[in-house]
Ligand binder design. Sequence first.
Ligand SMILES: [Zn+2]
Length: 121
Amino acid sequence: MPMTTSVTNPSAETSVKATCPDCGDVELTLADLLLRVCMDDGSGAYSFTCPGCGLRVSKTAEPVVVEVLLASDVTFEAWCLPAEMNERPGGPRITHDDVLEFHLQLQDAEWFARLAATVNL
Ligand SMILES: [Zn+2]
């Protein structure tokens, strides 16, 4: 993805050029940006509300953009991947027959009650 933000003198008042998919290039300040960085894989993204159309725009931030933005006054959020991504499911693989059986079970209005009865909470 091409870098669509350029920052030369990072401070909250610094003018930033970004691209809205509908409006094209728009002028922002660093204070208008929200930078989010994943603490697990280091990937980054920034978002802003387009001053032209009001839509929230989110873009992938290349590592060099993340580095520059982190050195500025930009609002920053760190996030982590869900812990479930590291869980390995046990038991046999789900087959097409299992999916068909599940579909048939869903035809009965009592399907959820039957399912809930099989779970210990
Ligand atoms: Zn726009």
